[in-house]
Design a protein around this ligand. Structure first.
Ligand SMILES: C[S@@+](CC[C@H](N)C(=O)[O-])C[C@H]1O[C@@H](n2cnc3c(N)ncnc32)[C@H](O)[C@@H]1O
Length: 368
């Protein structure tokens, strides 16, 4: 395989194996923080088996290991190692299959609902839109699993990590089992799962997210952690974010009443800001276009952008009032909240060709 193909393949399958020193630390955390001693341990994308190493050096035996991995070479490596090294107090079932089409009935029928089941691992960190751009086949069977409709189905909301799909699928499959799920993932995955929790048919007794430094462990810079969800009847909708090394609580995120908060502790005492807005808030001008597309005006006729380009516009044609979330930090929107934004479309999916047709009029948007 050529190097470029290898790199694409690695991205497509999220093939970044967790170092063994870290799988050991993750397993030790599950054992010590939750006092867990599982009798069945399931690794849904086991790779070269580094989580199995962590499990074997951490949890008291006997137990049964179950694993799924789509890469045939990895599956063979682990199968051979297990056949040579595992002692009789560890049973195992390994499957060389795609987790998206895996028939869970095959394993569920062998686990009783009161047995202590731990699902642990590190599913691929790649978004469905990245996979589409690579024309990858490694996508969930139903990519719109969250049932988004309308605008949400084609904007950022419907773009999510396939790790999120895998975690949701596992929580749904094992919703009636005595199960703890512990997965490494991006913070956005944990946030989305809690935000959308009411859409899904499972209930949680507790949720924690232990943040670690992803660049130290995986050499990638993103906000990541260990997501731990305990299935149960309590219906918890708040996740406690903690520091991985110290377990110290950093913040809570989740639902308070009707609203989802990224940081519940900050929200306390600020409930006066809550309420229903008559207008629906959408993402505004793309950050890196703001200097060009946002204008201020002192007379409502001549408009100046941050590059110092001045044009004359008619308000309501190409230029519309814009209030940014940063403008509403205080109780009142200040008198001179003066931002106006150029909009290339007047409706969702509309033509923005007038930008070309009106280039002489707009001028600034056509300069190289
Ligand atoms: C981030 S790596 C983690 C591997 C292992 N869990 C670990 O923590 O070291 C993700 C693994 O998922 C596997 N994988 C990717 N897509 C898969 C799929 N659809 N079904 C099963 N395994 C898959 C990859 O081959 C890769 O080994």
């Amino acid at each position: 395989m050529k190097l470029a193909d290898k790199i694409v393949n690695k991205i497509e399958y999220g093939d970044f194996q967790t170092p063994t020193f870290f799988t050991r630390r993750v397993c030790a955390k599950i054992r010590d923080f939750y006092g867990l001693s599982p009798s069945i341990i399931f690794e849904p994308t086991f790779g070269i088996g580094n989580f199995f190493s962590g499990i074997i050096s951490t949890f008291p035996k006997p137990y049964r290991l179950i694993g799924v991995e789509s890469n045939f070479s990895y599956y063979n490596i682990v199968q051979d190692t297990f056949a040579k090294l595992l002692t009789h107090d560890i049973q195992y079932n390994l499957y060389n299959e795609d987790i998206f089409s895996f028939n869970f009935k095959a394993i569920k029928s062998t686990i009783s609902t009161d047995e202590s089941l731990l699902i642990i691992g590190n599913p691929p960190w790649v978004t469905n839109s990245r996979l589409s751009s690579l024309e990858s086949a490694n996508i969930p069977l139903k990519s719109n699993i969250k049932g988004f409709v309308g605008l949400d189905a084609i904007t950022g909301k419907s773009n999510f990590d396939i790790a999120e799909c895998i975690i949701l699928r596992l929580l749904l499959e094992f919703s009636q089992y005595n199960c703890v799920l512990a997965m490494l993932c991006k913070a956005s995955v944990a946030k989305n799962i809690i935000r959308d929790i009411d859409k899904f048919n499972f209930s949680l007794d507790s949720v924690d997210f232990f943040s670690f430094n992803a660049s130290e462990i995986f050499g990638v810079s993103c906000d990541a952690g260990l997501f731990v969800a305990r299935l149960g009847a309590d219906g918890v909708k708040i996740c406690v974010a903690r520091d991985f090394d110290t377990n110290k609580k950093l913040r809570d995120f989740g639902w308070l009443g009707e609203a989802f908060y990224a940081n519940i502790d900050i929200h306390h005492g600020k409930s006066a800001f809550d309420g229903k807005c008559q207008l629906e808030w959408r993402q505004g001008v793309k950050h890196d276009c703001a200097k060009i597309m946002e204008f201020s005006s002192s007379d409502g006729m001549f408009f100046l952008n941050a590059l110092g380009e001045e044009r004359r516009f008619t308000l309501g044609r190409y230029i519309f009032p814009l209030v940014k979330s940063s403008d509403i930090k205080s109780y009142k929107i200040t008198k001179n909240a003066k931002i106006r934004a150029h909009h290339s479309k007047t409706r969702q999916g509309g033509d923005c060709g007038y930008k070309r047709r009106g280039s002489r009029y707009l001028g600034i948007f056509t300069e190289p």
